[in-house]
Design a protein around this ligand. Structure first.
Ligand SMILES: C[S@@+](CC[C@H](N)C(=O)[O-])C[C@H]1O[C@@H](n2cnc3c(N)ncnc32)[C@H](O)[C@@H]1O
Length: 370
């Protein structure tokens, strides 16, 4: 039993069963013992799962082309804030800055939204001076023209969980007994879940379970609120409202050192808890905030449009050159980079993540249309 599980049990004793969003907030973001707040590295080769930025700098290198394109669409201003929310180990930010060509690099101002002090320290080792850290997106202030990235952020925001049972929408709460946390079902405490489902036009079939994003709209409003002109790029696992019926058990999963499973109530604080983003809502919320949206399009397709094939050809030349001149170590490095690029494009893996762009004051870039 983790320390956090004991704290959650005490909270349940004091207040009654928690709704799943309350549980998830504690499991991931409890100030001392939350999965993302406790300190250890979670993403990357030393963590529990690999995200695109940690696979290879190719991800950031390709996105640097996109960022430069957006800077050009904004009229190549002298200052161009690049803001990343939830930068993890900093791989995307580091590669973006590294790959930016000279003129663009001079305009780039890097802002990272990171709460975790140990993550900040690890990020600062990878990023030179000039990076600015903030506790919250609100602290960035208003951005006249810039670009905001959120890679695998929204899937970690708290969700409530409901299920249709005998024609009644019931909510899943978290209770405890005999040293374990378990689900109990009851009437929702308010009409947020039913109003949300009505809003996205979903009539939940009997026996089906679905997650209700309770924090995402607020997060999107805060992100959208700071940007007068430019783009927000959201990359995540997601489904659209009409695909909910294809996922009768919902999309919640847990990641830990033993891999991925459905035991989201086991060892809170030691395991990631994540659910698919609802793209229909994400688009609605950005549109409601005055943005134009495009996507979702698969990461595979977008990286392809941003020049993944050229990058692969370049790595192939590096490999051939290294082999021809007997530089074995360089050959292995180029080969493993080509494999990493393949993993970023893999439709059954990271390439299957989806990308949404929300723009204000500029046209939708060509790599996100069609
Ligand atoms: C799955 S990790 C992704 C990290 C990184 N973007 C990557 O791709 O490797 C999600 C991160 O988002 C952070 N996060 C969640 N909510 C946040 C918020 N409101 N503001 C900033 N970061 C947040 C978490 O702490 C965690 O580090």
């Amino acid at each position: 039993v983790t320390v956090l599980q004991g704290l959650i049990a005490a909270e349940i004793d004091a207040r009654g069963p928690l709704d799943f969003a309350e549980y998830m907030q504690l499991a991931l973001y409890h100030p001392e013992h939350g999965y993302y707040t406790a300190g250890p590295q979670r993403t990357g080769w030393r963590g529990h799962f690999l995200t695109s930025p940690e696979i290879d700098p190719a991800f950031g290198e390709l996105w640097a082309r996109a960022a430069e394109d957006l800077w050009t669409a904004c009229g190549r201003p002298d200052r161009f804030p690049l803001i990343e929310v939830g930068p993890g180990e900093g791989g995307l930010a580091a590669a973006l800055v590294e790959a930016a060509d000279e003129e663009f690099a001079r305009a780039v101002e890097l802002h990272l939204i990171e709460l975790n002090a140990s993550a900040r320290e690890r990020q600062s080792v990878r990023l030179g001076s000039g990076t600015v850290w903030h506790d919250s997106i609100d602290d960035v202030g208003s951005v006249e023209c810039g670009c905001i990235f959120a890679n695998e952020l929204l899937d970690n925001l708290p969700v409530r969980v409901v299920e249709m049972r005998d024609g009644e929408l019931l909510e899943c709460f978290v209770d405890h007994s005999d040293g374990a946390l378990h689900e109990v079902f009851g009437r929702p405490r308010d009409d947020f879940p039913s109003a949300y489902l009505a809003c996205i036009g979903v009539d939940l079939p009997e026996g089906h379970r679905v997650e209700i994003p309770v924090a995402t709209q607020g997060e999107i409003a805060r992100i959208a609120g700071i940007l007068s002109k430019g783009a927000v790029i959201v990359i995540d696992y997601g489904i659209s409202a009409h695909e909910i019926a294809d996922r009768p058990s919902g999309t919640l999963v847990a990641y830990s050192e033993t891999g991925v499973d459905h035991d989201v109530l086991v060892s809170p604080g030691d395991r990631d808890v994540t659910s698919h983003v609802n793209w229909t809502s994400v688009l609605d919320w950005f549109n409601g905030a005055g943005f134009k949206t495009a996507g979702p399009i698969t990461q595979r397709e977008v990286l392809h449009r941003l020049g993944a094939r050229d990058l692969d050809a370049r790595l192939r030349v590096d490999y051939d050159d290294a082999v021809a001149s007997g530089r074995g170590r360089d050959a292995v490095a180029a080969l493993s980079r080509r494999q990493a690029l393949g993993a970023l494009m893999d439709p059954g893996g990271l390439g299957g993540l989806q990308v949404v762009i929300a723009t204000r004051g500029i046209a939708t870039p060509g790599w996100m249309t069609g």
